[in-house]
Design a binder for this molecule. Structure first.
Ligand SMILES: [Zn+2]
Length: 431
């Protein structure tokens, strides 16, 4: 029987025998530090040592290859066409808003200016809630639903809270967002619109993070807080790698440029390509570039100094790229995990100062037609530095991940205003 037929039979079987888990090749959760194993239930970090948990698979190579090569094989939306490589037992628990399958556009301005003939942007900003987070949150909420969890908690003032609230609403789950007391309502208005309950927590963000962690551990709620707390989150992020493999017809990009706070997107992309290599679908893994705001750049610091471990960022900071302004207080090991992925792929880390971030945001909107939040623009802004330092060359296939939409972030623009009464004044003012 051909692989395609085999997959279709297996998928059909899964509908009849959903409890058998026939379509799932995920086997267990494994701690990256102490290697202890956990079952595929709701866990935050490793109960033995506090390390990061990863989903481990025993792939059926034939079925996995069919899933990747034949895009028609699995008639599910977006990331869920890779169901065979995700940790869900049955399709009936999928909570989807159409995430993934985001466009890849060639650069019209930056690439030609720098002499890069193969510079592409992947528009993660076009995911349903406006950011890449939807990939991971879709998987995390689906898994929670499969496990019978009814509540989800998230500590985030940004994209993770908006995404979690949207998927919780879709799933019929209760969503609680924990944020520091002084957080502006505007920052969580998207989550509020989806019916999430906003809880203001006295103290800085780490206190909100701690409360969310306790809620998940003591009440059995799912936790989609930033970083690597939910092992299913990274599984959604890895689908970026699968999509790029398909987009370039099995050719793997030479370099992928990714904004990083703690870095779950970069770590997920690394995992995706490494799984493709394990399956024999590629012999190489792209060099992954992490980009941080100079104002808060703990991973860059460790990389630059040749250190093994990332330390939490102690200095006060303020950055336009708020989505990656993560001091990693209390979870600097997450940064080390991302640093390891960068080193493993022979990548590098770049920082942008505030002026460069603003310039890149405006440049992307004006010259490429892409309205992205400043956090995303650092991924494009880094390209110029990477070319200048010869990390990338004109022949490289380079992909910059644009992680969040410009509508997420109000950036004041300076333009002289013109007020007119008739067409004559219109001509005088503009022509
Ligand atoms: Zn452990």
């Amino acid at each position: 029987m051909s692989g395609l037929k085999l997959l279709l039979v297996r998928l059909a079987d899964s509908f009849k025998q959903e409890k058998e888990g026939l379509i799932m090749f995920a086997e267990k959760l494994q701690c990256i530090a102490c290697k202890s194993e956990q079952d595929l239930k709701m866990h935050n970090k490793c109960p033995v040592c506090g390390g990061i948990l990863e989903v481990k698979y025993r792939f059926d190579k034939v079925l996995a290859e069919e899933t990747l090569r034949n895009q028609e094989v699995c008639n599910l939306p977006g990331i869920w066409k890779f169901l065979a490589m995700l940790p869900l037992v049955s399709t009936k628990y999928i909570v989807s808003l159409g995430e993934g399958n985001t466009p890849v556009l060639g650069s019209k301005s930056l690439g030609p200016e720098l002499g890069l003939r193969r510079l592409f942007f992947k528009l993660e900003s076009l995911n349903p809630s406006g950011s890449f987070k939807d990939r991971g949150i879709s998987v995390a909420i689906s898994k929670a639903k499969e496990l019978g969890v009814t509540h989800v908690v998230v500590a985030s003032t940004g994209n993770a809270s908006a995404s979690t609230a949207a998927y919780a609403a879709r799933a019929g789950m209760k969503c609680v967002v924990c944020v520091p007391e002084n957080t502006s309502r505007a920052k969580v208005s998207q989550a509020m619109a989806h019916g999430a309950r906003i809880v203001l927590v006295r103290g800085d963000f780490s206190k909100s993070y701690e409360i969310a962690l306790q809620a998940s551990e003591k009440l059995g709620w799912a936790n989609t807080s930033t970083t690597f707390l939910n092992p299913y989150n990274m599984e959604g992020n890895k689908t970026v790698a699968y999509e790029l493999w398909q987009e370039f017809h099995g050719n793997v990009p030479d370099v992928i440029v990714i904004p990083v706070g703690a870095g779950p997107l970069l770590a997920g992309v690394a995992k995706g390509f490494e799984e493709l290599r394990e399956l024999g679908m590629t012999s190489t893994v792209p060099r992954l570039v992490g980009v941080q705001a100079e104002e808060c750049s703990p991973i860059f610091d460790a990389f630059d100094k040749g250190l093994e471990k990332v330390s939490q960022w102690e200095r006060p900071f303020s950055t336009l790229a708020a989505g990656v302004g993560d001091p990693l207080k209390g979870y600097s090991d997450d940064g080390t995990f991302t640093l390891d992925a960068i080193k493993r792929t022979h990548g590098t880390v770049v920082t942008l100062d505030e002026e460069e971030i603003r310039f890149s945001t405006e440049e992307m909107a004006r010259l490429e037609g892409l309205f992205i939040e400043p956090t995303s623009s650092i991924s494009a802004g880094a390209i110029r530095k990477l070319k200048e330092s010869c990390f990338i060359s004109e022949h490289d296939l380079v992909v910059s991940l644009l992680t969040g939409h410009g509508l997420k972030h109000f950036l004041p623009m300076n333009q002289k205003q013109v007020v007119i009464s008739d067409f004559k004044e219109f001509e005088l003012a503009l022509l």
